[in-house]
Design a protein. Sequence first.
Length: 307
Amino acid sequence: MKPDSSTRAEPFVFDPVRLGTLAAQHRIAYSQATPFPHVVIDDLLPAEVLEDLVADFPAPDQAPWFGYESDRERKLELSNQQCMRPFTRHMLAQFNSGVFVDFLEELTGISGLVVDPHLAGGGLHQIQPGGRLQIHADFNLHPRLLLQRRLNLLLYLNREWQDDFGGHLELWDRDMTRCQARISPALGRCVVFTTTHESFHGHPDPLACPEGITRKSLALYYYSVPDDIPEGMEYHGTQFKRRPGDPLEFPDEGRTKEGKHSFGRLAPPVLVRMARTLKDPGGRRAFVADLLPPPVADSLRRYRRRP
């Protein structure tokens, strides 16, 4: 590994002006993309930042990776930031910064995005030769925050990736009849896509890269207050789907450890009432006023009544 890149005199931060330009360039393409809204951006980060992220990325035996091992998926996941090097943690913070969230909202048209400080299901992903991830739709509610998952962001960190290695991200139509986009996990390639119960994606064929080479990526997910609370939304885990021609021993089903629950049954009553309150503009104002010291709240009310 290279020396710790956190010793830079001026750590990298996202430039809001440049991000605004990128959002304007890609906004229409994002909304019109098929089979669901998505965009591929190859110049999001400078080359030196990408090289530092690659240098920081731990090998399979250099961190306490969580391994998924089944017929449907074979991959490694590291979401514990204490086990990551400082520059990687710094960059994850940049992707969760207000400046970057503003960019995502402008790019996608989704307002009220909330970052995930716990990196549930995200963080660092690594797939070794022979690994795969069957086509699937992601879990829809954060297991701790009980917020609705809205966006996935994947940043690939694979130097000189060859096409015959495989590992392409595939995006499938809602009926699972055909793949409509196939994206190579090349170094610096960033993919952002809308997450719904029909945003089927994955890389379903076993990775064919040589031993010693792995498919590396950063994964970040963004959330918002659920649209229908609580009756209209049910929690579901990762929902795997079978492609035409896949063996019948790969049935359509979710990860058994995640189950399926009603949001109302999962959330404590106080959170359900809070979520209902925050969906209403008047309720949001009252909620914020209750958090403020009385003199500040009174001043704010008087200011709003001014002509």
